[in-house]
Design a protein around this ligand. Structure first.
Ligand SMILES: [Fe+2]
Ligand SMILES: [Fe+2]
Length: 163
């Protein structure tokens, strides 16, 4: 069904997704304090998505009759020097998740655990979208630079996307 190593990675991925949820919540709170409510809303929506990712893996493990052991994620980072640093951290985070998902996919293929491989195709597609968004946001916040009007416009834009 699945090796111990693969089972461990699947369980760890639940923690990674819950960790992402907490990190994005902390980023949302940071933007709230900066009076950038659109960005706060965007990161809140990302946090909800990460929770859904964790629960998707929980559902898979239940369906496959595999045991779930919950491990707490590390504390999120709450302090950022500026908005660009938040978007940089978000991109770095998504890139790490992509490599975690790829590891699971590879291991599933090695073990001929086709049900797991097929299930994780969804996550691979999702990570492409997550990285595209994170890169796009980072590029845009860099264009904004020190221009408050552009910052407010980008804030409004992200807030609308999160609706
Ligand atoms: Fe995720
Ligand atoms: Fe994500």
């Amino acid at each position: 069904m699945a090796s111990e190593a693969l089972l461990q990675k699947l369980n760890e991925q639940i923690t990674h997704e819950l960790g992402a949820e907490m990190q994005y919540l902390a980023m949302s709170f940071w933007f709230e304090r900066e009076n950038l409510q659109g960005m706060a809303k965007w990161f809140l929506a990302q946090a909800v998505e990460e929770h859904e990712h964790a629960m998707k893996i929980v559902t898979f493990l239940n369906e496959w009759d595999l045991p779930i052991t919950l491990v707490s994620p590390p504390n999120p980072t709450h302090d950022f020097a500026h908005a660009e640093a938040v978007f940089e951290a978000a991109l770095g985070h998504e890139q790490r998740v992509t490599s975690q998902i790829t590891d699971i996919f590879k291991l599933a293929r090695e073990e001929s655990a086709w049900h797991i491989e097929v299930a994780f195709q969804w996550f691979i597609t999702e990570q492409v979208e997550e990285e595209v968004n994170a890169r796009d946001n980072l590029a845009k916040i860099r264009m904004v630079g020190d221009n408050p009007a552009a910052l407010l416009e980008f804030d409004r834009h992200l807030g609308q996307l999160a609706e």
